[in-house]
Design a protein around this ligand. Sequence first.
Ligand code: ADP
Ligand code: MG
Length: 218
Amino acid sequence: MILVAGGIKGGSGKTTTAVNIAILRASQGKDVLLVDADDQETSADFTALRTEEHPDAPGYTCVKLTGPAVRTEVLRLAERFDDVVIDTGGRDTSSQRAALAIADVLLIPFVPRSFDLWSLEKAAGLVDEMRTVNPDLRAHCFLNRSDPRGTDNAEAAEILRETDTVTFLDTPLGSRKAFSNAAAQGLAVTELKPRDPKAVDELTALYRAVFDTYLISD
Ligand SMILES: Nc1ncnc2c1ncn2[C@@H]1O[C@H](COP(=O)(O)OP(=O)(O)O)[C@@H](O)[C@H]1O
Ligand SMILES: [Mg+2]
């Protein structure tokens, strides 16, 4: 399965999603390729830190690719891996388009704030366009950094449900220090100590929604 963490908003949680899902997948014994297709190279930096600090933790292969090479090289490499996770930058770049041309699934995190939600229409437009070259592309959105209280989540969810092009997954990741603390240590939130059970449950639910829905799990 080729999975892309994308969308056209910076800071929405693409890298957080990509590295956590890649690690969960790797810890299930899968041979995972993580492609850093963002010029900021956060996934690659995260991986370097992880390899340095936690050499015995479940590993994956990480490569940096940009532009059309994201399509050509991933097509070439995909046969050698069980799964490929591609982390993209928060813009409509040639790298993100190249990734969407070959992806099975696109996951778009949305922070429940108006500026972020406004980017939904543009992201849906991009998906529509990419489906002309990749008709089987499945696209999902979910809430990231959702608020523990208040009505913002429900209101945001309502907006995200409105678009048929991108299917809403009701598996939010809350705004939790565990996600940023884990990332700062080169860990998935499932590996962080002390454990934040809510964060672990949320990530596991998102992971299951992605893999179990398509029955591509074990
Ligand atoms: N659910 C969350 N809870 C708390 N912090 C988060 C969460 N998701 C992301 N972050 C933090 O927000 C920042 C942006 O997230 P990141 O995954 O790098 O976004 P993107 O890759 O879309 O730019 C990072 O500092 C990250 O640790
Ligand atoms: Mg990023």
